[in-house]
Write a protein that binds this ligand. Sequence first.
Ligand code: I3P
Length: 109
Amino acid sequence: KNGFLVRKVHADPDGKKTPRGKRGWKTFYAILKGLILYLQKDEYRPDKQLSDEDLKNAVSIHHSLAMRAADYSKRPNVFYLRTADWRVFLFQAPNAEQMQSWITRINTV
Ligand code: I3P
């Protein structure tokens, strides 16, 4: 599965609150491949190698949990992703259907 997602980093490993200055929303082209959610700055091109930045932004979804961010009302179609190392991301999908589809895909791998 792939598509555009807007990401906010909410908590760093061990659930530590992400410091100010690093909590802004940023658009990525997301690609879910196996147990890795790749977040690229540009749209995917098969010929293009992943940059260091792309690898740094990749998230392991092994033992992670996605759920609708029912308590977050500033933006629509937002879901939480809590990773195995207790990082927390918010992701905004383009619409409700895409949001649900990402949640289902992440939770059923
Ligand atoms: C953050 C940015 C986010 C905001 C966050 C700010 O600043 O303005 O949009 O989250 O608020 O800290 P920065 O880009 O300097 O990190 P919201 O959009 O959810 O308000 P927060 O610290 O209350 O999460």
